[in-house]
Design a protein around this ligand. Structure first.
Ligand code: MN
Length: 250
């Protein structure tokens, strides 16, 4: 697992050069990132999170149909960057080995400080969030994930309604989640602040397949108080290939 974690980080670093270089288009680099996450023979090991920000897998304006470029830029380079840097400070103070995946800390987060909980969750949630969106996203999942969604929530439409409601009804700041619980069942839920289902203190526990940021900073510039409009638009950029890869890794 450690070997895969390390080689993924090297691969991502190489992809980042491609993204910000002039030799390849953004779409091509995005596909490489997606392939790295989906096609690994040990998929469970590849979905591990480090303590530093990975490059955004697309340009700030790439999701413009749903999320405007300025929101993306502030969200990634200010909000998410602060979670990463505060997490690194907390890890140093609390003697966490940052060569180990962040998931290990989150699973026993009750043993750490509030700073670790807020910023470890914040960093993990955003690293996941960027990957679960793509400029050519939207539509519906296929294969095993679609079957599991239909079995757990009756239909894809009913799933969308329930997930949308989880985001709409989360009071204040937080996240909506699609996750796999301890009985390997797909479930929908939400968490406050930057908590997530990996945390031992969370009311909902399991493996996060997909998360939606419903903090106001994620949508306020374009959508103001209309969170449901943001969520409805967000469905048009969901990267189902990546989400399916996460589901199938479990
Ligand atoms: Mn956010």
């Amino acid at each position: 697992m450690e070997k895969n974690f390390t080689s993924r980080r090297i691969f991502i670093a190489d992809s980042a050069k491609t993204i910000f270089g002039i030799s390849a288009g953004l779409a091509g680099a995005g596909s490489l990132l997606q392939a790295a996450c989906v096609s690994s023979p040990s998929a469970g090991g590849v979905f591990k999170t480090g303590f530093t920000q990975e490059p955004l897998p697309y340009a700030y304006n790439a999701l413009e149909k749903s999320i405007d470029a300025l929101t993306m830029e502030i969200h990634y380079s200010k909000h998410a960057a602060a979670y990463a840097s505060n997490l690194q400070a907390a890890a140093k103070d609390e003697k966490v080995d940052t060569n180990e995946p962040l998931e290990k800390v989150l699973g026993s987060i009750s043993r750490y400080s509030a700073k670790m909980r807020n910023n470890g969750g914040g960093h993990y949630n955003h690293e996941l969030f960027w990957k679960t969106m793509a400029p050519d996203g939207g539509g519906a999942p296929t294969g095993k994930l679609l079957k599991a969604i239909e079995s757990s929530f009756n239909s894809f439409d009913s799933f969308k309604t329930q997930f949308t409601d989880a985001g709409k009804n989360r009071f204040g700041s937080g996240w909506a989640w699609l996750f796999i619980d301890g009985d390997k069942k797909l479930r929908i839920g939400s968490t406050p602040n930057q908590d997530n289902p990996l945390m031992d203190i969370s009311d909902i526990k399991g493996f996060p397949v997909m998360g939606l940021d419903v903090w106001e900073h994620a949508y306020y510039l374009r959508y103001q108080n209309k969170r449901p409009d943001y969520i409805n638009a967000w469905w048009n950029v969901v990267n189902w290939k990546y989400v399916q890869g996460r589901y199938e890794s479990q």
